[in-house]
Design a protein around this ligand. Sequence first.
Ligand SMILES: Cc1ncc(COP(=O)(O)O)c(C=O)c1O
Length: 423
Amino acid sequence: MQISRRGQVPPFEVMMILDQVAALRAGGREVLSLCAGEPSQGAPTDVREAAIRLHSSSDPLGYSGPLGTIALKEAIAGHYRRWYGLDIEPESVGITTGASGAFVLMFLAAFDIGDRVAVARPGYPAYANVLRSLGMDVVELAAGAATGFVPTTEMLDEAVAKGGGLHGLVLASPANPTGSMIKHEEFGELIDWCRLNDVRLISDEIYHGITYPAPSTDDGSTTGASTTGPPTSQPQTGHPQTSSGRDRGTCAWSLDRSSVVVSSFSKYWGMTGWRLGWALIPEDLKASVEALAGNIALCPPTPSQHAALAAFTQRSYDEADLAVAQFGKTRQLVFDRLPDLGWGPVAQADGAFYLWANIHDQLGKYPDSPSWCRALLEQSGVALVPGTDMDHVDGHDYVRLSFAAGPRTVAEALERIVAFQQF
Ligand SMILES: Cc1ncc(COP(=O)(O)O)c(C=O)c1O
């Protein structure tokens, strides 16, 4: 029997390592897992309580509309008013099965087979894998240490000069695996470039709200090619700052509503397993996205949609912000240990909860980061992700360390890594 070539995408290494961690733990090993992009605090209290109330309600929790309930679309529109000062019609919001579900819908609606879509390398592997399986031609932009791990318009010009025009660009700011953020002005330049070149921007804003002030140096000043410093101005529309001066990230719809915004309840609200995300859908894609959504998944999960309404209470925002402050402390702890680890260059981790680090000088007897990570897991019980998952060209020198696990786990893991590297 035939099996399709399009289905033969590489497995998502992180999920495989998680399986390995589970198997080791089942065998009685104590493993510190710094693999998953999964906040340890879980869903906000109000969301959990709403879910418990659902249990005893008489609501049959059947299908919703293909792109979700009106109530949740309205609540998400309210979130854009609250965070970005943007007025968004609830009808422009499409609720999806995680951000992951939104990508499939939006890629299908926006691009045809053979279309050229650019993604950053290193980057979240599912963009390229899903695009390829849908028949698009993936164009990689090598966004390394030289540009603070963010793509630039020069890279886009180069891609066009080399291989012809582009049809799409996928951006994430903050990004996975680097945590790098594109500065507001540079984000604007990228959007202008897309508009000028008739390129559809897909802006993955899943890590918005999980951002940090620039790390401080010994003299108290701030550093970082890809970081934004402490607040100097009042919030601007679409480019908001928190009361503590963190830049939450630029919303693409504050600059161009022909772009697609993708976001999720998974990260800021810690609701990974609830499988709920959304897209802001440009007018010209609405009809096809709605038809595709109804055919592919019928609707996003209804119980999660009901409970997620409680993600927008003041208490939920407060709890999520508290978790971000905790990530910030753990991040500082990681940066403080860098001299002992001997890793570098590293991305500044302006946002998200990952450290993307070059470990070339610490590979020792291991030829590359996958074998180094395997040995670290077997010998020291610490699970990191080898960089090859996110960068198939340079990733053999890199690892991704998730500091979402919390300060105690991360501190202990760093201790073990330092000891592992001494042998
Ligand atoms: C950059 C990025 N986009 C999207 C996703 C998928 O998230 P979701 O759980 O909403 O499907 C992830 C998950 O790790 C991610 O890191």
